[in-house]
Design a protein around this ligand. Structure first.
Ligand SMILES: *Cc1c(COP(=O)(O)O)cnc(C)c1O
Length: 318
């Protein structure tokens, strides 16, 4: 297998000083309603507001000093870009983020504030990606991709090490490119082999779900979703996360926008302010799409939601 339990143990050791071990807290309301202990892994409280710091930090710390000195590059403006910029600054490594002209100014500023160099090129994500390829080719930078990379998967897998001691019946993992699900699955398959691992994503535009159904990586059209961190393709040349998700996930469950909103609201009422992507496990339990058969862990993967959007969702009925 491309990523092993040993890789994840090594990652945990490497990143220990740079990430926080986030709390695992009970969901009292859901536990009472469903008659099984429901636990929330509060990874939205991770530095930078998402688990992506684990993978980005492990990938940086796995590079040779000469590669580090030449710097790292990505085209992600989301949680991965933020995590990479933060990790690079913490380690004194130059980071570059390539963006299209369409990325809003406040996002550009947020990335600059994290100390990354911002390159604005072209009018599409494809052109930003082409600039990443040029920086790799001509300037010797190293691309750190958001999920399809062994060291990134091993870093995300450290979350699995933190859950394994409770030997859960089921773990509910938000699923996009599959770095998080693959990492957690590699850890749990060895440490808690009875645990069911279920990937959760939105109904439309879920590339990994479509790819698993097709038996090979496929492209899907993107549609806007409350779970914006779950959008994007898995790469038609996907090497690492597609085979791991295919081999290790027990099931994939799809959620509607209304179900995702209900998940955000339920968590918000308990004081967990999370983005749509982080609410999918809770959303699936609330919607009855997953029936808990014993202790169940929901991975609350990120906090980065527009506060105005969060307030709007909280104000909706139901
Ligand atoms: C990236 C991300 C995911 C999905 O992770 P993958 O490794 O791409 O499957 C889920 N939730 C949040 C908050 C994220 O930032």
């Amino acid at each position: 297998m491309s990523v092993t339990l040993n890789d994840i143990h090594a990652a945990a050791k490497r990143i220990r000083a740079h990430v926080v071990e986030t709390p695992l807290l009970p969901d009292e309301v859901l536990s009472a309603r469903l008659g099984q202990p429901i636990w929330l892994k509060c990874e939205y409280r991770q530095t930078t507001g998402a688990f992506k710091l684990r993978g980005a930090t492990n990938a940086l710390l796995s590079l040779q000093p000469r590669a580090l000195a030449r710097g790292v590059v990505t085209a992600s403006t989301g949680n991965h870009g933020r995590a990479l910029a933060h990790a690079a600054r913490a380690l004194g490594v130059p980071a570059t983020v390539c963006l299209s002209r369409l990325v809003p100014e406040n996002k550009v500023r947020a990335i600059r504030d994290l100390g990354a160099e911002v390159r604005i090129v072209g009018a599409s994500q494809d052109e930003a990606m082409a600039e990443v390829a040029r920086a790799v080719e001509r300037e010797g930078m190293t691309e750190i991709p958001p999920f399809d990379h062994e060291a990134v998967v091993a870093g995300q897998g450290t979350l699995g090490l933190e859950i394994a001691p409770m030997d859960p019946a089921t773990v509910l993992v938000p699923l996009s490119g599959g770095g998080l699900a693959a990492g957690i699955a590699v850890a749990l398959r060895s440490l808690a082999p009875q645990t069911r691992i279920i990937g959760l994503t939105m109904e439309s535009g879920a590339a990994m779900a479509a790819s698993l159904a097709a038996g090979h990586p496929v492209e899907v059209g993107e549609s806007p979703s409350l779970a914006d961190s779950l959008g994007g393709g898995i790469g038609v040349a996907n090497r690492v996360t597609f085979p791991l998700c295919r081999d290790l996930l027990d099931d994939v469950v799809l959620l509607t926008e209304a179900e995702i909103a209900a998940g955000i609201r339920h968590l918000g009422r308990a004081g967990h302010v999370v983005e749509g992507a982080a609410s999918v496990g809770t959303a699936a339990l609330l919607a009855g799409k997953v029936a808990p058969t014993g202790p169940t862990v929901c991975i609350l993967s990120g906090a980065n939601i527009d506060p105005a959007l969060h307030s709007r969702i909280m104000a909706e009925a139901a």
